[in-house]
Design a protein around this ligand. Structure first.
Ligand SMILES: Cc1cc2nc3c(=O)[nH]c(=O)nc-3n(C[C@H](O)[C@H](O)[C@H](O)COP(=O)(O)OP(=O)(O)OC[C@H]3O[C@@H](n4cnc5c(N)ncnc54)[C@H](O)[C@@H]3O)c2cc1C
Length: 324
């Protein structure tokens, strides 16, 4: 299990304005702990705020088979625990706390949490993103048991199986096409009669023998005991309800970056992702971001960890330049 027992010692000072740290990492997923590891090894005693999901999204999944270094795969929660242990071994500390407001208008930066207030010389944001959910019965219970939000991660488990994909945008078609490498049948369910995806993707999907489209249809329930066995569907035009046997349900109806608290403080793109340059610098000097909070494209453990590490390297250089 994760080590929630370690009560952190502030790396600098505590006064009535808050605990003063050199590096505050907001988020405890792969990006957060990779950032903490690098900052800790630079002897900056970073403090990690966990948020609600210690270990991040990766901890929600049963097995991760595409993170390098684990030829047999690794449990999602176990990988998160290893990330945490490794960072703490070099002096990072963990606070089970949620940031709910930031003030980046002056240094030290101010971060207010549910339990405390922090003053930080640099901040690394790694608050991730959350896949949008259908919010239907059985979805939460069957996540990791046939319900998935990532074809790159889970497609392999569906060799010669039948799957349902929900969505009508680029990701639904891209991921649906990717799933045809494994699955025997990919049924794309879309609530409208026309797709939002680009023309080339539409052409490719229509030409693929393994892909079927179910138009004007929504998925209303996931059915299964130990794993997904079927989904209930409804035709929104006729009202007809059916039960559709399937081994998996892939949901691609968008992601929402967890960046609401940074609105008005940092530049965000139209979808709410934090804008960073190639050095993980945000629009505020001294504030860095990595992982899915700043990445709508790759959304993997390895890419997020890489961005987190890069953000911490840059934060270290920034602090060194300040002290020079
Ligand atoms: C079910 C599932 C299975 C997946 N399987 C794989 C896989 O097999 N392989 C793979 O490479 N990728 C997989 N992914 C994707 C992978 O998990 C993500 O790309 C990765 O976790 C992103 O890392 P991150 O650190 O950027 O963000 P996240 O993992 O999203 O972590 C964000 C962190 O920020 C914290 N946080 C959020 N808001 C606040 C706040 N206000 N204050 C403090 N903390 C906050 C959260 O609690 C969390 O700790 C999967 C994703 C899901 C959902």
């Amino acid at each position: 299990m994760f080590n929630l027992g370690s009560v952190s010692t502030p790396s600098k000072t505590t006064d009535d304005k808050g605990k003063h740290v050199k590096v505050l990492v907001i988020g405890s997923g792969p990006a957060g702990y990779a950032a903490a590891l690098y900052a800790a090894r630079a002897e900056l005693q970073p403090l990690v705020l966990t948020g609600m999901q210690l270990g991040g999204q990766a901890a929600l999944t049963h097995t991760i088979e595409n993170y390098p270094g684990f030829p047999e795969g690794v449990g999602g929660a176990e990988l998160g625990e290893l990330f945490q242990k490794q960072a703490e071994r070099f002096g990072a500390t963990t606070e089970f706390d949620l940031a709910n407001a930031v003030d980046f208008s002056q240094r030290p930066f101010k971060v207010t949490t549910d339990n405390s207030q922090y003053l930080a010389d640099t901040v690394v944001i790694s608050t991730g993103a959350s896949p949008n959910h259908l919010q239907i019965p059985g979805e939460v219970e069957m996540t990791g048991k046939g319900v998935s939000y990532c074809a790159t991660c889970d497609g392999w488990f569906f060799k010669d199986k039948k799957v349902v994909v929900v969505g009508g945008g680029d990701s639904a078609l891209e991921e649906g096409l990717f799933l045809t490498r494994f699955a025997s049948e990919v049924n794309i369910v879309h609530r409208r009669e026309e797709l939002r995806a680009g023309a080339i993707l539409q052409k490719r999907a229509s030409a693929n023998d393994k892909i079927n489209f179910l138009w004007n249809t929504i998925v209303t329930e996931v059915v299964g005991e130990e794993k997904v066995e079927a989904v209930k569907m409804k035709n929104v035009k006729t009202g007809e309800e059916t039960t559709f046997d399937t081994d998996g349900l892939f949901i691609f109806i968008g992601h929402t970056p967890n960046t609401q608290i940074f609105e008005g403080q940092l530049e965000l793109d139209d979808l709410g992702y934090i804008k960073v340059n190639s050095q993980m610098e945000t629009s505020v000097e001294g504030v860095f971001a990595g992982g899915e909070a700043a990445d709508p494209h790759f959304r993997q453990v390895v890419t997020s960890a890489g961005m987190g590490a890069a953000a911490a390297i840059q934060a270290t250089r920034y602090l060194e330049a300040q002290e020079a």
